[in-house]
Each structure stands twice: as structure tokens, then as C-alpha cells.
Design a protein around this ligand. Structure first.
Ligand code: ATP
Ligand code: MG
Length: 554
């Protein structure tokens, strides 16, 4: 998996130096998701960075569930995260749960109390906030700050034994209420939560806060380089304080990098969960979701995601990536790999009036437009075919070269046909076209008599197989929804999914199974849906159209 791009970054340079100077013999990184939702493409960036570095430097990477908040976590999320990490091609060395370290964390909290560096505080959450001050105003010391060690030990024990209600007391670090860094103003270490934990059950009713738990988890696992996103930069002094004052043997180094943001999407588990809970999408793996499972179901490949993450690189300042860039890498990956077929997504029937009734013929086409080694496929042609509704206009627009009354087009791999007559239903809607074909113009026959400007795809109405096609647009309308001051749920694209009942050429179908991919001529790259496909009906998700105006900046 090593890849030049993802590795040539400032983190790589730090690691190189640490190995060269002998600070570490080998490195250990970790990916520490909280199991409170499914992973998204932003997590993929972090996963590929952490696993990529350890692979390159022959180190190790742990998968660690940061499960210190009992109210939001669930084993469903644990399973999906493991599956997604593996699917991206990453194999962890050790699997850990932060909750398995609760005993050690509790011991370390006792140590801080004994050192006079932690105290039980009775202020309400609002009061704690008020006492904390702001960037311009210094904090105010809690009246409980100078409790004796004995009193603190006793109260903390009672907290642990469930003698207080949620929110009644907290354990806080005693650092510096005048610090210019708000994180250092006596942060909370433990809070009371009488709720059942997915792993430890009802054993605990006090839970460690992230800022205290995370550095200890890293130190316990002897993580050498603890890579996190930029918003934790201000927490680094606190991270180091906990590692030092808790007298941890290992001293992991926190390094921050810029999180991935993408246009036309939301990238926060909280918001993604809202989309799921409110039924805006049909689950975490809805093909419109930026989750790993959604991208997988849509048809994205691990290779495309990896190449995308390499290309965006690892930076120290935040930016937003055009979501079309991921599509670019998808096309690059699929183009050489997947077979081609013809399918008509939004069908309009065409009767070839001069083709003998009851007759049909077999035509031979390339399975891949550029790679002969894929071989040939056979399709049939007969008196009735389907074409795309979009490939016909009763009154042609300017520069429209496809079917319209009196015009002739090429049917890909078959003949020229000319449109002679339009048949409409009682509402005036076009339901059928009568055309004639010219037997002289058969594809491959070397016919040079005349030229036509339009080539369209088609399927034989007598042999094609019905299928459902789902076309997607971005789920979120604006490029930067958060910046507009609008709630993201107000910016859902009402046309983010459109479903069509169409037809596909028959020889493409045998053996197709969920997640298999095809390039459907002129329509794009498609993948077989995992949830809605049945023995009776194939459901295709369009991964991406074939072309876009997006240009990759190199
Ligand atoms: P979210 O904002 O989606 O809720 P999170 O940071 O709360 O994400 P965690 O489960 O805590 O989710 O994250 C696990 C790891 O993934 C962390 O190390 C975090 O820094 C990283 N990560 C999360 N979002 C992104 C992102 N958009 N880009 C890069 N890394 C990310
Ligand atoms: Mg988090």
C-alpha cells in the first residue's frame, strides 16, 4: 500500500528523524475511532495515513475503539468500523478498546489526587463554564479547588460507587485557571453517567473525559506518534501534562494535520446520524452518503479512495476538496478494469418497419473499448429495439444530431436508422417511433456511402433484460453549506436520487452479483446494488457518469 504521495509529508519527516536519531527503534501509530457512527471518507484519510506510515517505516498500527462515552456507542458501529478498515486494505496489529483501560485510568486519577493535582468539584456545568473565563477574561478558581487529598479521595470513591447523581460532581485536574490556554483551566477528568456501556456494562458510573483518556490510551499502547486533526493542537499541552503527571512509561507525541473537508457533503458523524435518523437517506450505507459503507455500496473502490487520499496529501492548514476529485480517481481506476455493455435507462420503443418480423441477427462487439484482451460479446438485433428518450427530440434543438423526424443516426455496433413516424398516446406523449434501417450500413461492413453525425446506444427489445437504474446527484446542494449560515437539513437536494426502469443487453447479466461493476455505454460506471437487487431484478447504482468538466491540478 505504500504510496509516495501520502508519505511525503511533514509527519513522515518527523518519523524519519525520530528513527534516525534513535529516539524510537520502530514506530507505532493508531486509528482511534469512537464507535458512535459509521466511518466516513474523512476517516479514510486518517486510516490511510496511519497505516501507510507504519507500513512504510515497518512499524505497527493499532485499531483502538475510543469508547469512553457510554450513551452514544454501540456494537453495530464497532462491527462496521472493523469491516470498513479491512475493506480499505488495512490490517491492524492489535485491536483495543479504551474501555478495557478503565481500571488503569481510575488508578491514574487516584495518583493525580494524591499528588494534589486533581480535585472533586461540586460546581454545576453552567458554573464551571462561567468560572472558566474566556480568551480575554481569566478564569476564576472553584471554591472546591482546595479540598484536601483525603476529602478528594473519599468523594471520588463515592462518585465511583454511585452515591451521586449524574452531573452532581466531577473530578477536575488542578492546573492553572489563569492559563492563556483555556484547555489548561482545570479541565474535567471524570464525570458521572449512570448508563450502561456497550463493553463494560454497568460496572462503571463514572467515565473519563476524552482529554484525559486519550493520552493515557496512547501511552498504555506505547504509541509513538499520535496523529490527530488540527482542532486538537490547543489540547496538546494538556495531552503532554496528563502523560507526564500520570507518570506514564511511554511518551507518545501528538501531531496534528488538516482534516478532510469536501464540497457538497457533510462530514460529521453527528450530522450523518441525523440524516439516517430522520429518514433522509435509507441508512448509513445509502449510496449518497460519504460514509465508507455508502461509497462501497455506490460502487467506489478502495483503490480509488486510496489514490484520492494520496493526491490530496497531508497538510497543516484546513481546506476543502472538490468532491469531483474523488470521482476522477474512480474513473481512472475503473476505466481499464471493467467490461462494457449497453443499457437503456429511460426507454423509448423503436420499431424498424423494414426489418422482417420474427427475424433477428447476432452482432459482435468489443467487451472493452480500449483493451482487446477482454474479448468480444454478442448482442442481438431485431425489429423492435429501445433507445433513450433523451436521444429523441420531436423538434430538434440547435446542433442536436440524434433522432428527430427525418434524421438518420448510427446505432452503435449495428445499422443506420432513420426516423419516419412518431406515435403518441392520448396525452400527446411520444410512446413509439417508426424507423427504417439501411442494411448496407452494417457496422464493420466498411460502408462509406454517407455519414451521420449522431451515434446512439440501444438494446434489442426482444432479448434485453429489465433492470432498475438509480442515478445520483450530490445530497447537499451548496458547496459550503456551513458557511451560508443555513442548517444543512435545509439544503438537501430533492433530486439526489432518481430511479428508472430500463433494459440491459442480456449477455452482460449472467453471473452479475452485488458490487460487480460495468461501464454502460454513454451512461457511466455502474455497480450492482447490495440491498435492493433480487433474483428477479437487478438494481444498478450509477457510481459516476463517464465525463466531467473537472480537471485534476497536478
Ligand atoms: P466526526 O467529526 O465525523 O464526528 P470524529 O473526529 O468525532 O469525527 P472519531 O471517531 O473521533 O470521529 O475520529 C477517529 C479519527 O479520525 C480521529 O483521529 C480523527 O482525527 C480522524 N478524523 C475524523 N474526521 C476526519 C476528517 N474529516 N479528516 C481526517 N481525519 C478525520
Ligand atoms: Mg470524536
Amino acid at each position: 500500500m505504500s504510496n509516495e504521495n501520502i508519505s511525503s509529508n511533514f509527519i513522515r519527516n518527523i518519523i524519519k528523524e525520530d528513527l534516525e536519531t534513535g529516539k524510537h527503534d520502530s514506530i507505532i501509530t493508531r486509528f482511534p475511532p469512537e464507535p458512535n457512527g459509521y466511518l466516513h471518507i474523512g476517516h479514510a484519510k486518517s486510516i490511510l495515513l496511519n497505516f501507510g506510515l507504519s507500513e512504510e517505516f515497518k512499524g505497527r498500527t493499532n485499531l483502538r475503539f475510543d469508547d469512553t462515552n457510554p450513551t452514544k456507542e454501540d456494537t453495530e458501529y464497532v462491527q462496521s468500523i472493523e469491516e470498513d478498515v479491512k475493506w480499505l486494505g488495512c490490517q491492524w496489529n492489535e485491536l483495543h478498546f479504551a474501555s478495557n483501560y478503565f481500571d488503569t485510568m481510575y488508578e491514574k486519577a487516584l495518583l493525580l489526587i494524591k499528588k494534589g493535582l486533581a480535585y472533586v468539584c461540586d460546581l454545576t456545568p453552567d458554573e464551571i463554564k462561567e468560572y472558566r473565563g474566556s480568551l480575554t477574561a481569566p478564569g476564576k478558581e472553584s471554591p472546591y479547588r482546595n479540598r484536601t487529598v483525603e476529602e478528594n479521595l473519599e468523594l471520588f470513591e463515592k462518585m465511583k460507587n454511585g452515591e451521586f447523581k449524574d452531573g452532581e460532581k466531577v473530578l477536575r485536574a488542578k492546573i492553572d485557571m489563569a492559563s492563556p490556554n483555556l484547555n489548561m483551566r482545570d479541565p474535567i477528568i471524570y464525570r458521572i453517567a449512570h448508563s450502561t456501556h456497550h463493553n463494560t456494562g454497568d460496572k462503571w458510573c463514572i467515565y473519563p473525559m476524552y482529554d484525559f483518556a486519550h493520552p493515557l490510551e496512547d501511552a498504555i499502547e506505547h504509541i509513538t506518534h499520535s496523529i490527530c486533526t488540527l482542532e486538537f493542537a490547543d489540547h496538546r499541552p494538556l495531552y503532554d501534562w496528563f502523560v507526564r503527571e500520570c507518570e506514564m512509561e511511554a511518551t507518545p507525541r501528538q501531531i496534528e494535520f488538516a482534516r478532510l473537508n469536501m464540497t457538497n457533503t457533510v462530514m460529521s458523524k453527528r450530522k450523518l446520524k441525523q440524516l439516517v435518523d430522520e429518514g433522509v437517506v435509507d441508512g448509513w450505507d445509502d449510496p449518497r452518503m460519504p460514509t465508507i459503507s455508502g461509497l462501497r455500496r455506490r460502487g467506489y473502490t478502495p483503490e480509488a479512495i486510496r489514490n484520492f487520499c494520496s493526491a490530496i496529501g497531508v497538510a497543516k492548514s484546513n481546506s476543502t476538496v472538490d468532491s469531483q476529485m474523488l470521482d476522477y480517481f474512480l474513473r481512472e481506476d475503473l476505466q481499464p478494469k471493467v467490461p462494457t455493455a449497453m443499457a437503456v435507462i429511460n426507454p423509448l420503443k423503436v420499431v424498424i418497419t423494414n426489418y422482417p418480423e420474427g427475424q433477428s441477427e447476432t452482432l459482435s462487439l468489443d467487451i472493452h473499448p480500449k483493451d482487446e484482451s477482454f474479448g468480444k460479446r454478442e448482442i442481438t438485433f431485431s425489429r423492435e429495439i429501445y433507445v433513450e428518450r433523451d436521444d429523441f427530440m420531436e423538434v430538434p434543438a440547435k446542433k442536436y444530431f440524434r433522432l428527430f423526424p427525418g434524421n438518420e443516426v448510427r446505432l452503435r455496433g449495428a445499422y443506420f436508422i432513420k426516423c419516419n413516424e412518431i406515435i403518441k398516446d392520448e396525452n400527446g406523449e411520444v410512446i413509439e417511433l417508426n424507423c427504417t434501417y439501411d442494411p448496407e450500413t452494417k457496422s464493420g461492413s466498411g460502408f462509406t456511402g454517407r455519414k451521420v453525425k449522431g451515434t446512439i446506444h440501444w438494446v434489442d427489445a426482444n432479448s434485453s433484460i429489465p433492470a432498475e437504474f438509480r442515478l445520483y446527484e450530490p445530497l447537499i446542494l451548496d458547496d459550503a453549506p456551513e458557511n451560508e449560515g443555513k442548517h444543512f437539513l435545509e439544503q438537501i437536494n430533492p433530486h439526489s436520487m432518481e430511479v428508472f426502469q430500463g433494459f440491459i443487453e442480456p449477455n452482460a447479466v449472467p453471473g452479475l452479483k452485488p458490487l460487480d461493476k460495468l461501464q454502460l455505454v454513454r451512461n457511466g460506471f455502474f455497480s450492482i446494488d447490495t440491498k435492493n437487487t433480487t433474483d428477479e431484478k437487478l438494481v444498478f447504482n450509477r457510481i459516476v457518469p463517464l465525463k466531467s468538466s473537472f480537471k485534476l491540478q497536478k
